[in-house]
Ligand binder design. Structure first.
Ligand code: SAH
Ligand code: SF4
Ligand code: F3S
Length: 511
């Protein structure tokens, strides 16, 4: 096969936006692979560049347009390259995308991912750019199973699973309902089957995805809801951890609050966006709850599950937000003390209700409020993380740390990042770590060895499967086999042999 023929079969996906987009891209990769294409190791070896886009804020859209410009230069040098733009911004702009970025060959909306191979054929057949931004009743890609390997071919231990699509909430600032269409839930049995298959392939943790998972089940023929779905998934053997995102405070029921602490696989973390702390702003946003409702749900969650970590989204500078409203947001933060907060400056989105509101907050003021809010949040995150020093946590090991390849990284059940020293073979394991230090956005941990192993009588052999800090041997066994690294072996009487299969230095020194 010539270089050119090979490149024509290779695709590269660049993803912007939320976890739903990340998952859509995983499914797109599976759709392309099924159709006979393969993933390019990097963009320079791809004949097809697919950009999965987001339109949540104007800044995100700008960033995407600049990225498209960079790919354009690449395409100018390699005219056979096909450039496709899909997802939310493609849906938002539709044909306009071909005016704003005339070098794009293909525009596919949020409901057209399963059509990608056919649309690429149409581009190759010639006749100009191709567009599919139609909304569909049924979205076939919803049921498509994404591969459980990372882009680099290693197996994953966590997977995203879509449980619903679309959104019916129409918050006054938000474009999502216009871009993703009406809310649709997938049948529970289908979701359970998908999770079972994933577990069979080595997945230990799933994150259930939807814009508003609390309203799962609405419109389905079967009698079900989100707590029932969680209970079914909790029963799947081999699965260790369940997460979900995003919850909407207005649909946060007692039944769901009871799942925390009640379902052992459900992790002690909730992402519950509050957006604003002032009732006046919340009402204008059409959020459907008050500040008191929100705080009541947080209190109920903490009663049920005292160690639960709480994260949220918040916005500053929504039209009409006064200094007093803004202070109410800061006061709510003081009351809750979030573990993590995603904060945004309000951004006007064409077609939304708030775009027609007259009382805009000037950009300079929005910037000032955001800065103050983020400083407060940094203080809270720091305090919440520092309080974990000395505590024992359970971590699912993701792999090597991005900042230091000699380090491992993982997440606690409360969704905090922990970096620690340890051998790469621990990838995918669930371990107990002791937190030794804490920062703003991550923790440092240590593998927790047993204090000491005392061997009073000399057996034929001692097999040590987990690394204690020390092994004290009072009488000589014939041999000590150490399968995992020890920090030290104190031998009071001579041994015939110590077989150390993996000494500490050697394991830590390995990349
Ligand atoms: N479905 C989720 C959120 C999806 S969008 C939910 O309702 O919680 C993610 C976050 O982006 C929102 O929570 C909101 O804080 C922010 N966001 C959405 N539209 C925005 C806009 N027009 N300007 C600024 N931030 C926005
Ligand atoms: Fe947007 Fe509101 Fe729907 Fe979230 S719930 S996606 S903020 S409309
Ligand atoms: Fe963006 Fe679409 Fe997600 S607009 S935030 S990618 S649903």
């Amino acid at each position: 096969m010539s270089r050119e023929e090979l490149a024509a079969r290779r695709f590269f996906i660049h993803t912007f936006g939320c976890q739903m987009n990340v998952h859509d891209s995983e499914q797109l990769a599976s759709i392309m692979t099924e159709a006979g294409y393969e993933r390019a190791p990097d963009v320079s070896q791809a004949g097809i560049i697919l950009v999965n886009t987001c339109s949540i804020r104007a800044k995100v859209a700008q960033k995407i347009v600049s990225q498209l410009g960079r790919y354009r230069r690449w395409k100018e040098r390699n005219p056979k390259v096909i450039m496709g733009v899909g997802g939310c911004l493609a849906q938002h702009w539709g044909r306009e995308m071909l005016v704003k970025a005339p070098y794009v060959d293909l525009v596919f909306g949020t409901h057209a991912f399963h059509e990608a191979p056919r649309l690429i054929d149409a581009v190759r057949a010639g006749g100009g750019p191709v567009l599919d931004a139609a909304f569909r009743e049924e979205i076939p890609s919803l049921g498509i199973h994404a591969a459980v390997t990372n882009g680099n071919g290693t197996t994953k231990h966590q997977a995203l699973v879509t449980i619903m699509q679309g959104c019916d909430n129409f918050c006054a600032y938000c474009v999502v309902p216009y871009l993703r269409g009406r809310e649709r839930s997938r049948p529970a049995a289908e979701i359970v089957r998908e999770v079972e298959t994933l577990v069979g392939q080595g997945i230990r943790e799933v994150t259930l995805l939807g814009q508003n998972v609390n309203s799962y089940g609405r419109g389905l023929r079967e009698e079900t809801d989100f707590p029932r779905l969680l209970t079914m998934i909790n029963r799947i053997s081999g699965l260790e951890r369940i997460r979900f995102t995003t919850s909407h405070p207005k649909d946060m029921t007692e039944g769901l609050i009871d799942c925390f602490g009640g379902l052992e696989k459900l992790c002690e973390h909730i992402h519950l966006p509050f957006q604003a702390g002032s009732d006046r702003v919340l009402a204008r946003m059409r959020r459907g709850y008050t500040r008191e409702d929100y705080l009541g749900r947080i209190a109920a969650l903490r009663r049920r599950c005292p160690d639960i970590a709480i994260s949220a989204d918040v916005m500053v500078g929504f039209p009409g937000e006064t200094e007093e409203d803004f202070q109410a947001t800061l006061a709510l933060m003081e009351e809750v003390r979030f573990d993590n907060l995603f904060s945004f400056m309000y951004s006007e989105r064409e077609g939304t209700e708030a775009a027609s509101f007259g009382d805009k907050v000037p950009e300079k003021e929005r910037n000032r409020r955001l800065r103050i809010l983020q400083e407060l949040q940094d203080r809270h995150a720091w305090e919440r993380n520092r309080a974990l020093i000395g505590k024992e946590v359970e971590v699912l090991v993701d792999g090597t740390s991005r900042n230091d390849p000699r380090e491992l990284t993982g997440r606690t059940r409360t969704n905090k990042i922990v970096n620690f020293a340890g051998p790469l073979r621990l990838r995918g394991e669930i371990l107990a770590l002791r937190i030794s230090d804490a920062y703003l956005h991550s923790l440092r941990g240590e593998l927790k060895p047993p204090e000491a192993l005392l061997v009073h009588k000399s057996p034929e052999a001692v097999h040590v499967h987990k690394p204690p800090e020390a092994v004290l041997v009072h009488k000589p066994p014939e041999a000590i086999h150490v399968h995992k690294p020890l920090e030290a072996v104190h031998v009071h009487k001579p041994l015939e042999a110590i077989n150390v299969h993996k000494p500490l230095e050697a394991v830590l020194g390995r990349k």
